[in-house]
Design a protein. Structure first.
Length: 462
């Protein structure tokens, strides 16, 4: 039985081969024709050259790292960051602003023949490919053009555009932050002077210059909480302002569409997960504030609560990241960080307000004169703390405004390629040859089927 089956299989394979052999002329003609057409096309088609430049993603220098560590201990992020994330650099390279810089610098009006300037700009942007290598910490810019020298010029000019745009954005951010801090310092200085004058007048009038230890402890706690609350409020305002400004900037540069912004707003506002996490964070921040006052910053309970808060923030970041990834736009990196900052600081502000209310109720139980003195002492301490912190950040903002922005380091500048990248003669001939063989075999079987079909039709009298 098995031998008969094997014999039938052999007969079947032989028949299949015979069908192809019978139509071998068709297969060969298709093969030769396809290969010749592919060869002629590859030789006559416009040659496309590809030039690449490789840049190193900027890293923090020793001095920048020290400054960055200082900034992390301050409640407000100021100035420009010491390194630019690869996502931001890629977004700049893919932006309309970078394309316009290259287009105007190289005067590409004659090269990109298009009906409108917008179409020509789109052709330029389509001819550029940007890839990142996170392992080697590099970004590769690949430019295609019919002229090898032009391809190299486009790739190298894109690096210039990246440096120019990155520097202008960084200086603008530092200047804007410095101006904001100047206004805050001026306001806080006035508040401090008023608080000191009120305290002095009250002490001279009532001849009360101190309060008992219990009241002093409450005043110190309130001063710490109030100063932290006000600094959190300032940080929140900065984040919200930067968030709105960045949204407008991204839309103007066409790096993000208005519908994407609406989608982000809708998804974050309606997320029950984010709402629950925010309430959890408020509760944890309230508990941390109370524990810090009762036990000090180094107590195990305080350290444990700080760890729990960081874990909650991590979950919030993951949830926000999920929302932003749904939009699938690398230009949203900064928006993501700003919204994370807004959410965290809103939670902290609410928590501090709740704790302050608790201590205010304790303070209200003091005698009238003692209560008034305590509030005046608290006001002075709050304004002194805020004023000192703002001055520190203002000095850093001045440094950020004047310091040299990190230059983009070019590992391998683009050079005019000696060989074309497109069309690939070998690849085109290979594809044409393989495709024609498959097509020839298909036609051989189809023609054989058609012949058999006609014979069978005639046999039954069709």
């Amino acid at each position: 039985m098995n031998e008969e089956k094997m014999y039938e299989d052999e007969i079947s394979l032989a028949e299949l081969f015979y069908i192809i052999w019978k139509r071998r002329v068709l297969v060969i003609i298709l093969f030769i024709t396809s290969v010749l057409i592919a060869l002629v096309y590859s030789l006559l088609a416009p040659k496309i050259y590809e030039a690449k430049t490789v840049i190193l993603i900027p890293q923090q220098s020793g001095t920048s790292s020290t400054l960055s560590a200082l900034l992390q201990n301050l409640p407000i992020p100021i100035g420009i960051t010491s390194s630019t994330p690869s996502a931001n650099m890629v977004a700049i390279l893919k932006s309309r602003s970078a394309a316009e810089y290259v287009f105007k610098k190289l005067k590409l009006d004659d090269y990109f023949k298009a009906k409108t300037y917008e179409d020509a700009l789109k052709q330029l942007m389509d001819s550029i490919k940007v890839t990142t290598n996170e392992k080697e910490n590099t970004i590769t810019i690949t430019a295609e053009a019919k002229d090898p020298k032009l391809a190299a010029d486009i790739a190298n000019t894109y690096v210039e555009a990246l440096s120019t745009i990155n520097a202008s954005l960084g200086v603008y951010t530092a200047k804007r932050t410095k101006e904001f801090l100047e206004k805050q310092i001026e306001r806080v200085k006035k508040d401090l002077d008023q608080a000191e004058n009120k305290l002095k007048e009250f002490q001279e009038k009532n001849l009360i210059f101190s309060i008992d230890d219990e009241a002093k402890a409450i005043v110190d706690a309130l001063a710490k909480l109030e100063s932290e609350k006000q600094m959190t409020a300032i940080t929140l305002k900065v984040s919200k302002d930067n968030f709105e400004n960045l949204k407008k900037e991204l839309v103007n540069q066409q790096r993000i569409q208005q519908k994407d912004l609406l989608a982000i707003t809708s998804l974050t506002a309606t997320s029950t997960v984010l709402s629950d996490l925010r309430n959890k964070l408020i509760s944890q921040e309230s508990e941390l504030a109370l524990l810090s006052i009762d036990y000090g910053p180094e107590h195990p309970k305080v350290v444990s609560m700080k760890y729990a808060i960081e874990e909650t923030k991590k979950v919030i970041r993951e949830e926000l990241d999920r929302v932003y990834k749904a939009i699938n736009n690398s230009s949203l990196y900064d928006l993501f960080n700003l919204q994370m900052s807004i959410l965290v600081n809103e939670s902290k502000l609410k928590a501090l307000s709740d704790v302050i209310d608790q201590y205010q109720s304790k303070l209200s139980k003091l005698p009238e004169l003692g209560l008034t003195l305590s509030k005046l002492l608290r006001d002075v301490k709050v304004q002194e703390t805020i004023y000192t912190m703002l001055l520190s950040q203002y000095e850093q903002a001045k440094i950020d405004e004047t310091k040299e922005v990190a230059v983009v380091s070019v590992l391998d500048p683009a050079v005019p390629p000696l060989k074309k990248s497109k069309p690939s003669t070998v690849l085109n001939v290979l594809i044409a040859g393989v495709s024609s063989v498959f097509l020839g075999v298909f036609l051989a079987f189809f023609l054989n089927f058609w012949e058999n079909f006609k014979k069978e039709w005639q046999r039954i009298g069709g």
